[in-house]
Design a protein around this ligand. Structure first.
Ligand code: KG4
Ligand code: ZN
Length: 391
């Protein structure tokens, strides 16, 4: 919870969760054995047709920023439910996420979101093998709500608790729903807080190859949308306008940071858009003079420049590593231009391309449960001292 959240609020929140903890078992149940029955049956020599106890059912909880999310996932890839309560309406008028508002909204929505995730999955508490929760990185006040919820349920239900790294979970998200493994691959995570390239050998060996030196790609989308007076968050609005705009109209800079670099910089292009709209050295007065078509052309030209850099750097990472697969994830991975551009570049090189499904691009509980499944299977469980960390 945020540093200003009082002890009384924490107590009320825990009480609400305990109510959920004691009522959830009546919500429903999987049409087969419960988690503990499955384990007992397996230990007794196995029951024909019963679940493999290592094909775990994980409840994933995510509250690192402004989405309150929970999901139930089986075996790390089969999503039974994925509930996301967005707070966009609460933050839009401020043009960005207000941490204190985010924490309070998580408190109000957390128990309802978890109950809905269980209900849609037709699961009772006894069907859940472990509870996975984002514990870093993110807004610490927001993270604490999810971590407190997960700890409360783990204690009340007597279930193992797994702490999950949010960015690693984004890396894992393209594998959700797949029969084949995307690894080893070059992983590109593009979100509001991160723009990073990884060498993903397997889920335990994820090596950072390069990252943004200033703004994240999503941040650049949001800031350019503000310049164009589009609603927050701007990424989807730029994406929509780019479809009707002419991307060849303006040639915005592609910052490559040298021939070998796998790092990114998006602050230059943001300033270039600002001066293109308002006039050199000016920060206001120009937007009113642009027609709707000209605004769409700026959006399309900006998106083309960002996509160009993201695709070229990813191809560079393939050259540097010798890998033959690419997996793209994070909120900006929902961008239609990026998906098409990366797909085309990968096809031209003859490498495999995996993009997270749209439902798993933005922050969600399914990716937390997916990585939680991997950690749980390796016995990496946390105790009730699990804490939230901003980094
Ligand atoms: O992964 P995410 O939900 O949250 C973070 O972990 O940051 O990413 C949010 C970011 C926002 O900056 C949003 O504008 C951007 O993803 N985004 C998009 C699109 N949809 C969301 N950016 C470009 N095109 C989109 N279609
Ligand atoms: Zn994220």
């Amino acid at each position: 919870m945020s540093p200003t959240t009082t002890t009384t609020q924490r107590t009320i929140f825990t009480r609400i969760l305990l109510t959920l903890a004691t009522t959830a078992p009546t919500i429903g149940h999987l049409p087969t054995n419960t988690a503990s029955e499955r384990t007992t049956a397996w230990m007794d020599g196995g029951l024909a047709g019963c679940y493999d106890p290592f094909m775990a059912t994980i409840l994933g909880i995510e509250t690192s920023c402004d989405e309150t999310a929970a999901a139930v996932v089986v075996d790390g890839v089969r999503v039974l439910s994925n509930v996301v309560a967005s707070q966009i309406d609460l933050h839009a008028k401020y043009g960005g996420v207000v941490p204190e508002i985010a924490s309070r909204a998580h408190i109000e929505r957390m128990d309802g979101v978890i109950a809905e995730a269980l209900e849609r999955a037709d699961c009772a508490s006894d069907d859940i093998d472990a509870i996975a929760v984002t514990c870093k990185p993110g807004l610490v006040g927001s993270l604490l709500i999810g971590v407190t919820a997960a700890k409360t349920l783990a204690w009340a239900w007597g279930k193992p608790l797994v702490g999950v790294d949010h960015v690693r979970a984004h890396v894992v998200s393209p594998a959700i729903g797949l029969d084949e493994s995307p690894w080893p691959c070059v992983g590109l995570v593009v979100s509001g807080g991160h723009t990073s390239l990884y060498r993903v050998s397997d889920l335990d060996t994820i090596e950072l190859l390069g990252q943004t030196t200033d703004d994240a790609a999503g941040e650049a989308f949001d800031k350019v949308a503000t310049i164009l007076d589009l609603p927050y968050p701007g990424g989807p609005h730029i994406d929509r306008l780019a479809k009707v705009g002419d991307a060849s109209r303006v040639r915005f800079p592609r910052t490559m940071l040298g021939k070998e670099s796998l790092d990114f910089s998006f602050s230059g292009i943001k300033t270039a858009v600002l001066y293109h709209v308002h006039g050199s050295g000016k920060t206001s007065g120009g937007l009113e003079k642009l027609s709707e078509q000209e605004v769409a052309d700026v959006a399309a030209s900006f998106q083309a420049a960002v996509v160009d850099v993201l695709v070229k750097k990813t191809m560079r990472a393939l050259d540097a590593t010798g890998l033959e697969s690419v997996a793209v994830s994070g909120g900006v991975a929902a961008n239609s231009g990026l998906r098409a551009g990366m797909d085309a570049a990968c096809a031209e090189r003859g490498v495999r391309f995996f993009a997270a499904e749209l439902a798993y691009c933005g922050d969600n509980g399914a990716m937390i449960a997916a990585l939680g499944d991997h950690e749980f299977a390796r016995g990496r469980v946390a105790d009730l001292a699990l804490d939230a960390s901003p980094r």
